[in-house]
Design a protein around this ligand. Sequence first.
Ligand code: BEZ
Ligand code: FE
Length: 304
Amino acid sequence: MSKDLGPESLTEAVIDSFKDTADPRLKAILESLTRNLHNFVRQVSPSISEWEAAINFLTATGRKCDDVRQEFILLSDVLGVSMLVETINDQETPDATDSTVLGPFHMVESPERHLGDNISSESDGDVCVVRGRVLSVTGLPIPNARIDVWQANTTGFYDVQQPGIQSVGNGRGLFRTDENGAFHFRSVVPSFYPIPTDGPVGGLLKASGRHPYRPAHIHFIVTAAGFKELTTHIFIGGSEYIDSDAVFAVKESLIKSFTPNEDPAAAAEFGVDSPFIEGVIDILLHPESQSPSSRFQVSEEVVR
Ligand code: BEZ
Ligand code: FE
């Protein structure tokens, strides 16, 4: 009998080659990767030069990565993979506030601030107050929760994208909720903005006629002892691109209207001129899971 492998038996031979993998989770991942990747290749049936172009694209993606740029995450984002992973993991905590992508601009420590501080004192634009509470999924306030926020300015740039124009920390803040689980801070209403397009991912968007824009949003990472960490955004209702986010990260529940508040007493309380723009979000955290995850662990040796 011939030892030559046809397209189908080749797939089975590769899967069989992983049969002694000690870590069961890793074994399952390698088998599934092989089966799905081979199916994809059979379906696309690439020419040799197309296969080379794919290798070159991935090589260029790796070369674009450095300490402050992660082109592979951007690729995962525009292919909807980051959001798929978020959504799968969200299903474990259905009552908590929806999560969404981290994005590449959380690369510096946010400055510690006091409740009510202005995080965007260097930015021109409509002053807004963002406020809300951090609660458990059962509705109990969580005092002393840590809220890390970061946002673009009114021209659509993060501080780290504009050295010499914005100082690092503009548009960022680390807050703690008060004894009622409440928080508030001042800022400017951010603008929509394009994701970085000067690398291979930008080329992919261009070649496919896709725009690179994300609707206006403010990022949050919320942590509290005994609760599962939440990474999310608040999206500015009515923003351009709210229905066509380049990274598919909008969830209906995270869209909040930023509306004028005309109450002079509220303006005085927050230290802003009346009327001001206000965005409100309550953030629900899920208790940290006590039971071990049902997933098998991938060994650290391979992850490295
Ligand atoms: C962001 O919101 O900062 C972002 C998310 C994904 C890709 C690029 C930017
Ligand atoms: Fe962002």
